[in-house]
Design a binder for this molecule. Structure first.
Ligand SMILES: Cc1ncc(COP(=O)(O)O)c(C=O)c1O
Length: 428
């Protein structure tokens, strides 16, 4: 069978591929320290589990946009938690935010601007659609944050007519780097976007996994008319497999919303009915749900800061995290020595860490970085979420007072992974 041109433009996601490889090696009895795949490990909240059981009999197709009671609940949730006001009619619920982002790229005219590094899937989605992708350079000294200056320069270099529509995908807290933006920084980016007719797809799926001292703001606060916000249940409620994502639309963009629903109706139809009813529970703003989200975010913070501290103290360059559960260390200052060890690309670096040190990571090249840039993305979630949550709830104060001890108790594999990375680094 012949593959289409579109199919030839993409390859399987590196994230899923590495996960499969590791599962295989673990089945063969090998101890792999898994810093490759970033799935939030906490258990389904009991109230969500109950709601799902109670709705197991829901078997009909539902409206593509998502059922109204769910959209109403999402509207209340965003108002209470993020202080963002979107009515139920401005919300679409899809099978994960990933597919909603893809559908938005289908629906929106214009090339895609992406900070480098950024999450693996964006560039592949755009390429699948035959869209032009422009990576905007960022620097590790500034935590790989997109600056208004670099953004404007890239817009000027890559577009002929400033008034033509363009799209920017902005993700914060960021996978792969853990950085986020202050309100002021977002305001400055919003100005450039408005001046150059750029629609912002604002991927805020980690918004509630923001660390202390880093209040989450949305660029939609400063650019409501040109921003589509995405989020969902996959990260802060650990429900990736439920496949619930949301997209929030500007008030006057009814035809875009309708278009995205039409794309959905011709492809994925609707989010599974039992899941939509259970999601009403997951979007409650009751203390039970909000405390659960906060506790899980606290554990992510303790674990991620622990790994950062280990890496930083070993003298490895790595931007400090402000949210999510990832870090992006690099060894670019040691290119010569690494060349002597047979490492000239981030892929070779990740391979050597896996083969010789049993640490799984992802090469920076998967995130739009130049192949010879020696950076990797590591995830900080290789521990038992259920045990960690129970232990945290029983030892909250100690966890904050002695964070290293806490992480050592709940995440021995994470501690071992740090030691392995330090072992590798000591050879340099
Ligand atoms: C930055 C980012 N955006 C979107 C997603 C996809 O989330 P969803 O499960 O809602 O499709 C992920 C998941 O890994 C992610 O890391």
């Amino acid at each position: 069978m012949q593959l289409s041109k579109a199919a030839k433009r993409i390859k399987p996601s590196a994230t899923l591929a590495i996960n499969e490889l590791i599962t295989q090696r673990r089945k063969q009895g090998e101890e792999i320290l898994h810093m490759g795949f970033g799935e939030s490990p906490f258990p389904v909240h009991p109230l969500v589990r109950k709601a799902l059981c109670e709705n197991a009999g829901q078997k009909s197709y539902l409206a593509t946009q998502g059922i109204k009671p769910l959209r109403e609940q999402i509207s209340k949730f965003y108002d209470k938690v993020f202080n963002l006001q979107y009515s139920a009619d401005q919300i679409v619920v899809g099978p994960g935010s990933k597919v909603l982002l893809f559908d938005a790229l289908v629906a929106l005219e214009g090339p895609l601007f992406l900070p480098a590094p950024s999450w693996v899937s964006y560039q592949h989605q755009a390429r699948l659609l035959g869209k032009e992708v422009y990576h905007v350079k960022t620097i590790p000294e500034d935590s790989y944050r997109l600056t208004p200056e670099a953004f404007e320069q890239s817009l000027q270099q890559n577009t002929q007519n400033p008034s033509d529509q363009k799209v920017l995908l902005l993700n914060y807290p960021c996978n792969p780097t853990g950085h986020s933006f202050s309100a002021e920084q977002l305001k400055a980016l919003a100005k450039v976007a408005r001046d150059y007719n750029v629609i912002v797809l604002s991927d805020e799926i980690y918004g509630l996994v923001s660390f202390k001292g880093q209040e989450h703001h949305s660029i939609a606060e400063f650019y409501p008319e040109g921003t589509l916000v995405t989020g969902g249940l996959s990260k802060d409620r650990s429900l990736g497999g439920f496949r619930v994502g949301v997209m929030l639309f500007p008030e006057d963009e009814q035809s875009l919303l309708t278009s995205i629903c039409s794309i959905g109706s011709e492809t994925w139809s609707c989010v599974a009915a039992p899941i939509q009813y259970a999601a009403i529970q997951a979007y409650q703003t009751t203390p039970e749900i909000l405390d659960y989200i906060r506790d899980c975010a606290n554990i992510h913070e303790l674990a991620t800061r622990y790994v950062y501290k280990q890496i930083h103290e070993a003298g490895i360059r790595c931007p400090p995290p402000q949210g999510a559960f990832y870090l992006m260390p690099d060894w670019n200052e040691h290119q010569k020595v690494l060349k002597g060890m047979g490492i000239t690309t981030s892929k070779e670096l990740a391979e050597q860490l896996l083969k010789k040190w049993n640490v799984a990571s992802l090469p920076g090249s998967e995130f739009g970085m130049p192949v010879e840039n020696l950076c990797i993305r590591i995830a900080t979630v290789d521990y038992d979420g259920e045990e960690a949550l129970t232990f945290f709830r029983g030892n909250r104060e100690q966890a904050f007072e002695k964070p290293d001890e806490f992480v050592k108790s709940i995440a021995p594999r994470l501690v071992a992974a740090c030691n392995q990375i330090k072992g590798f680094n000591s050879l340099i």
